[in-house]
Design a protein. Sequence first.
Lengths: 384, 408
Amino acid sequence: MRGSAQGSRRGGGIRRGEARAGWLFVTPAIGIIVVFLVIPIGLALWVSFSDWNGYQSPLNPRVEFVGLENYAAITVDPGLDQQNFGTSVRNNLWYVVFVVPLQTIIALLLAVQLNRAVLRGRGFFRTAFYFPSVTSTVAIVIVFQFLFTASGAVNAVLGFFGVNGPNWFNDPNGIFHNVAAAVGVTGPPPALEGAGPLGVTWWDWLAGPSVAMSSLIMLAIFTTSGTFMLLFLAALQSIGAEIDEAALMDGSGPVRKFFSITLPMLRPTLFTVLTLGLIGTWQVFDQIYVLGTTAGGTITTPAFLAYNTSFEELKWGQGAAIAFILFGFIIVLTLLQRWILKEREPGRRRSVFREPDAAAGAVGADPADRALLAGADTHERSRS
Amino acid sequence: MRKSQWSAAVIAAGLITTLAACSSGGGGGAEASGQELTLLIGSSGDAETTAVQAAADAWGEETGNTVEVIAANDLVQQLGQGFAGNEPPDLFYMPWDQFQTYAGQGFLEPYAEDLANADQFLPALREQFTYDDQFYCAPKDFSTLGLQIDTDAWAAAGLTDADIPTDWDGLTAAAQKLTTPETVGLSFGREYGRLGVFMNQAGGELVDGDTVIADSPENVAGLDYAQSLIDAGSLKFPQDLEAGWGGEAFGLGKTAMVIEGPWINGAMKNDFPDRTFINVELPAGPGGPSTFAFSNCWGIPAGSPTLDATTDLVEYLTSDEQQLAFAEAFGVIPSTGSGSAAYAEQFPDNAAFVAGVDYAVSPVAFAGAATAITDFNTQLETQGLTDPDAVLGGLQTNLQVALDEANG
């Protein structure tokens, strides 16, 4: 009786009981998500608020709730833990600042070049550029280790041009500090001597990536540009040739066309690439794990620090806290970047609910819009 | 119809529970035979894995147990995983630098005092694996630091056996004579694990009871001595010689002397078979002779259900005979007095390492010390040794904080 009453509430008749069957069908998926995602994350969150030392289950009765102690130890309590966390954030921040824009720009340039119909052997280049992405990072790190040793190939090439290359993976000096030293500033000016956030002085915050980190930046760009190039390539191929033609008819040169047509049309892909890049770079771990703690701690990242704190020092709570702070960082930065990339041309900002067609109809003197319209026209004509 | 739907749901739910329940296994009793033991080792290579497996099999045959030897890719990580999952291996290599952390957190069974051969282990190693006045686990083997001398460079510099340095002055003189435009006299890693030896030789210590005395004048004197060698141009660190570690610089002929442990024998044999060298004891400083001892022990998890069987296995593995077999197979030095003496006789080239254990000390490794030591190494790398007071001052502060925390 109750069953049928429920059934009728949900529509009754022939569709009676469909909801229940639906729930049944999604149960395995929900079960997997709960077991492998929700429970572990919940457990990790608990660990970050507890004094669990890694002995038996984190839910055993000896584990105690310590509130925000683990978070405080790495963020506000002065000491080595805070300083290490600050340094790792500094390292990773510079890594992100360099890797994300560079890999995006390079991926985009490669994609645009590969998208040109005149290019011969496109298949070859596509494979060649994509190849580093399908190779294991660990393998690439080891190859890079050989290339970048003090007496390695990179320094041999630099030596050929008379440049005395650094001892890449072992050089802890920040590149901005090196630049400053080149103009005679070897110590912090009084304004930067003070302690900045997270127990790291402003002078050290501004050190830039260390030489060791710079080699990892090159490595990251080398490996990930191919992946993102593929994303851009797919997006570029969905831009019809007629739009290009229309732009050509309107007299725009290649540069104008790129900035006014191609780039705006790639905005969704750009968002995807930047978001993936941002998340990936803030979680960099395997390269650091392979290289170990060389270069005086200038290549440790929060993800590696979380691992190290947990497994080596058995401070699992603190390790989990680092992981959650990192999670927060990524969310905040992704939202920030989403906000920056939001379309906000004058007059359009408030028209959130306007139909895309209507928007296209209300064209201004914008050449991109004109080209778009012209493109749509050509499209219509070619269909008829 | 409806009934079948609900029973399907029940079956699905039941399946999930069954799958989840599958993961937990049962424990064993306290019998010393018929057990299936797991043995987790951080292996240096196939030779070590095979030798340990062979020894464990021989013991298993004798006692009616089976032992599975697992060579870890990352020992500390796999140990942590085992303990967190409540399924630690029955027996494992416990590295010296992690020992106090593990013992302090109550992970380890303090079984070593009850071993039949408990009093045969070398005192320095016994001390290394003692926590809170309890001898926790049996040392597996050990290494000490010695001085390696490239015999060709030595002869080329016109030096004789009489010049082999026994004190700092001798070392300064020898390093000076060995330094040529291509080769530096002495090299070793710019880290606590090497420079700490000089601090100890000067009579310094890092910890005295509950107090850290890292910034003592003796420690400063140790670093000052190293700096004097740098100033004289006869000491360069491997990084400055474009080498990954001391052994590589030595093998490449970029330095005529290094300070390393017995592992250098294997590395030279594999990578630089042409290099001929001798191992001698480290020269003594003003505070007397000193070197570092590094060792692993055979760890058994606290409250292990297979304790009887595993202690028996440890007794077997740490017997002189078995340790000498290991020494032959993969070049480790036995951890017992009689075993190491027999080893020194059998491998006279390595006698210096054995001699060192008489005055060897353990590097500081209390729980939490690792972070302070890592930071010290960083400071050494970024600031150098020119201002020992500054780098030791930082170490003093950080180490004291860690020590207070470790002592609760």
